[in-house]
Design a protein around this ligand. Sequence first.
Ligand SMILES: C[S@@+](CC[C@H](N)C(=O)[O-])C[C@H]1O[C@@H](n2cnc3c(N)ncnc32)[C@H](O)[C@@H]1O
Length: 509
Amino acid sequence: MPLLSWFNRDADLTRAALAPYRLLEPVAKLSYGDEDSPNMLIEGDNLDALKALLPYYAGQVKCIFIDPPYNTQSAVSIHYEDNIEHSQWLSMMYPRLELLKELLDERGSIWITLDDNEAHYFKVIADEVFGRQNFMADITWHRKISPANDAKYFSNDNDHLLVYAKSKDKLTINRLARTEKNNAVFKNPDKDPRGAWNSVTLTGNKTKDERPNLYFMITGPQGQEVWPPDGLTWRASPETYAEMAKDKLIYWGKDGSSRSPRIKRFADEAKPVIPRSLWHYDDAGHTQEAMIESKTLFGPSSFFGTPKPERLIKRILDIATNPGDLVLDSFLGSGTTAAVAHKMGRRWIGVEMGDHARTHCQLRMTKVVEGEQGGISEAVEWKGGGGFRFYKLGVPVFDENGHIREGIRFEHLAAHVWFAETGTARSTRAAKKPFLGEHQGVGYYLLFNGILGDESKNGGNVLTRRVLRGLEPFDGPKVIYGESCDLPKERLEELQITFKQTPYDIKAR
Ligand SMILES: C[S@@+](CC[C@H](N)C(=O)[O-])C[C@H]1O[C@@H](n2cnc3c(N)ncnc32)[C@H](O)[C@@H]1O
């Protein structure tokens, strides 16, 4: 497969793997609402933040939306850098995409907005990371209501919205609920008491030679005898046609004299619509409304310069998620994705490295929890509720020599051991006990921090006969992590135990 090359590419391929696993430190005074809320607002560079999330959220995120800096050199932003050199921009994106992919659920999707400046280069690196076969669409979002007449050559009226599945075969997405515009095709010229309808022709697309049973004469209300046109057939067999005629589903024109009968389809029974790859601002919002939303939220002097409209994010989440699903935005900006996800009853994680994590995202989400009424609030009948926890990045879990840092708690190390062994996430609420769980027929244990209640030095961290007796039994092969092991090799083999030493055997993934 052809690959894109840029300055420093080789180093960028290892950047995600080399990023340290940091802890996420809760900041109580910036958290708001429900204390048990799963929603996370994280302040910090997203490379570190995404890595920190892996042991807890790998494979859990149903939808990722990102709106990274477009690298346009023209975006006027006092809040973040939007003019980094082309290679540097690719260097920034590549390792982050690798981590985002690991966080995605097998059934999930990632959506990325960009403009012409980087979209096509981005497509090539995203093909490499996600697999070309998982590319779903390059949606054109018509975001400008009026042209930029002062542009030198073209008014750039659209953004690209690229969509990738984690795994196309497993992807689950929704169709869109019908809008008034969709339903405008339904009329009621014959005042049918069953409501408005539209119609499709009764003529099918097979020839009478192919489907002779669909070729037959029917009689209209005025006694007109009608055969399918041009040697074609009807869509229905005589039996099905009789049923439809009985149910008054055949339309013969205003005065019943038509020779081209049609089948009625009622608005009430119409299916949700397939998402198209062209999104008009009437349906998906526009840049101007996003600016108004931002000014209303933050005031005329400190509004955010490049927000997305809430309606755009709602449309994405309508397609890509269901209530309760987890949504992630690692370039959170002014917090639009978090606000929309919250109002739509999705769980969310947002990452922002600028000061606006506090000045804008935190403020906005506090307002949302209180029942803020801008953006999509009316459409989703948002009344307020829920909450979020604010986090900043803490120390790395392992120091530069690979030792476990002072102060690391059992549950942190447990998440890292579990993720390193299984590649899957460990719930932040998992019980604090040495038996971490079973994965593909193997039981995993961790002896750390005197978890068995022994306060002496190294107490309970060494695998001895006594410690073994205190462990929850597991019938099958076991992997036990501890500081050292006192049991002879033969006994370990007999008990199907593979002993691994902390921290050296916790292999970073
Ligand atoms: C275009 S803005 C996103 C706007 C957002 N969609 C909204 O509606 O407000 C891009 C954001 O990404 C942030 N950003 C850029 N690089 C980042 C990084 N490495 N880690 C975290 N945030 C980053 C910038 O600070 C900026 O706020």
